[in-house]
Design a protein around this ligand. Structure first.
Ligand code: P6P
Length: 344
């Protein structure tokens, strides 16, 4: 059976892109190298070197920085930063943008990443992942400006994630379908395993941290209660699946369908997840796989961030499930009457 490597796949897509210079392919190749290094560390963490646990540092999000978080941020920054393909890197682990110095031959792309999402799960061997997003530099001249760093979600050139788990899977889109590649550790190569991924139009699971019930608003509580109601003709009750690692929860949703929600709440009135490092890249992927992503009332890809670490609510997954959620959140719930949601 012919096996297509990730690099072969990217090169084929480059050939059908008239304006391609090969710079995007080079960038993707470097992302792949960095992901293999992280995969090795994640899968050997705890054996020998003391890479598990906390660094004792607190990041810009006010979260405790795990050693693997730091390691991943440094690894991607070094490899991508010296690739000659990007002029700036923003990261969930960096307060400000890292501007590539002239001596490192900056390129035309902007690279944004959550280097290791879900890292609080490292010590309990739950899947974690890297999420990335690529934009083109927009402003004239060599200087990187806000115009480059704060672009509307649908101006992404490409987006992807790598999930480190029982196997390491690299999923990306550059606008020509969503494709998944599984790492063969014996060869150190990613091979095409999930060609042209399409998310089911409707799923049967919802994914949310119900531990936050007490700090959700009434419309969010009504939505989740609706999903749990016995109503077989509309596929309810939905099953609850929540891992607490976004890349793992999203990967399951992409493959099986369903609805992932991280709503705003009293503790995170703007929402918890970040636009640049989580919502926008995953929204770009899910839309190219036939799904939807919104804040509950606004399409994620229509949003232009104002800051590197902007947060927002996220409803993402199967088209029908996201639309159902949006309808519920918009509907005025009349006493005893529910917004009638038809699966048709
Ligand atoms: P909670 C992990 O810290 C993360 O950023 C995402 O990976 C995950 O979806 C979310 O936070 C989990 O948050 O509040 O449910 O622990």
């Amino acid at each position: 059976m012919e096996r297509t490597t990730l690099l072969q796949h990217i090169r084929r897509q480059e050939k059908i892109n008239p304006g391609a210079t090969g710079e995007f392919t080079s960038l993707m190749a470097e992302i792949m190298v960095a992901s293999k290094i992280i995969s090795l560390e994640v899968n050997s963490a705890g054996i020998g070197e003391n890479i598990l646990g906390l660094t004792g540092k607190i990041n810009v999000q006010g979260e405790e920085v795990q050693k693997l978080d730091d390691f991943s941020d440094i690894t991607f920054t070094k490899i991508i930063g010296q690739s000659g393909t990007v002029c700036a890197i923003t990261s969930e682990e960096k307060e400000d943008a890292y501007i590539i110095p002239a001596e490192d031959n900056p390129g035309k792309y902007i690279f944004m990443m959550d280097p290791l999402d879900g890292s609080s799960n490292i010590d309990v061997n739950v899947n974690i992942g890297t999420i990335f997003s690529i934009y083109r530099k927009k402003s004239a001249g060599d200087e990187v400006t806000d115009e480059d760093l704060f672009q509307r979600g649908d101006e992404q050139v490409a987006a992807g994630y790598i999930v480190y788990g029982s196997s390491t899977i690299f999923v990306y889109t550059s606008g020509q379908g969503v494709h998944g590649f599984t790492l063969d550790p014996s060869l150190g190569e990613f091979f095409l395993s999930h060609p042209d991924l399409k998310i089911p139009e409707q799923g049967s699971t919802y994914s949310a941290n119900e531990g936050n019930w007490g700090i959700w608003d009434e419309t969010q509580k009504n939505l989740v209660s609706f999903l749990k109601e016995e109503n077989p003709s509309s596929g309810r009750p939905y099953k609850l699946r929540y891992i607490g690692s976004l890349v793992a929860d999203f990967h399951r949703t992409l493959l099986k369908g369903g609805l992932f929600m991280y709503p705003k709440d009293k503790k995170s009135p703007e929402g918890k997840l970040r636009f640049s490092f989580e919502a926008a890249p995953l929204a770009f992927i899910v839309e190219h796989a036939g799904g939807k992503a919104s804040t509950g009332d606004t399409r994620i890809l229509d949003i232009t961030p104002k800051g590197i670490h902007d947060r927002l609510p996220l409803y993402i997954g199967s088209q029908k499930d996201v639309e159902m959620a949006e309808s519920h959140l918009a509907a005025t719930v009349k006493k005893g009457g529910w917004f009638k949601w038809l699966s048709g």
